[in-house]
Design a binder for this molecule. Structure first.
Ligand SMILES: [Zn+2]
Length: 157
């Protein structure tokens, strides 16, 4: 029994090697046709692929926004819910530096969502709407929200 099993395995391995060698030869002999086939397949399925990629990226984006929105698809500061204007904020304002470290100077948001997910959504990020991101940046620059009185004083000056 054991012997047969071993023999069967040897036969299997030899066949596998033969098949691999045959595939290699077949590929070399038919390289142009095979490449043309795969190119054609790619062209014919381009739209399907593009829409799949788009949907997949949107899924990753929504997952990240919900995670950093503490379980809600919303800005954690003001509650704004239109996902088109939501984004991931680096809490310590090191977003630009972080991006440079990861990819140079480009701004590849889809990769940020992948990056976050691959690290099981690390600390240091939050979901903010564009308004709150903008306001946060103004606060960082020391610009305060004008009171009604201040506005009045300025425009009647
Ligand atoms: Zn907000």
């Amino acid at each position: 029994m054991e012997y047969n099993k071993e023999k069967q395995h040897q036969i299997y391995l030899r066949r596998k090697d033969k098949q691999a060698a045959w595939r290699k030869v077949y590929y070399q002999d038919n390289k142009d046709k095979l490449l043309a086939d795969s190119r054609r397949w790619y062209q014919e399925n381009k739209e399907k692929r593009a829409s799949y990629v788009k949907r997949h990226r949107l899924k990753r984006r929504l997952e990240a926004l919900i995670h950093y929105g503490n379980g809600k698809l919303a800005c954690i500061r003001c509650g704004f819910t239109d996902e088109r204007a939501l984004s991931i904020d680096h809490i310590n304002n090191d977003g630009a530096e972080h991006r440079r470290q990861m990819y140079g100077d480009k701004l590849p948001d889809p990769r940020l969502y992948m990056w976050l997910r691959a690290r099981s959504y690390p600390e240091g990020f939050q979901t903010l709407c564009m308004n709150c991101q903008f306001i946060k940046e103004r606060e960082r620059q020391g610009v305060t929200h004008l009171t009604g009185q201040e506005v009045y004083d300025i425009i009647t000056d």
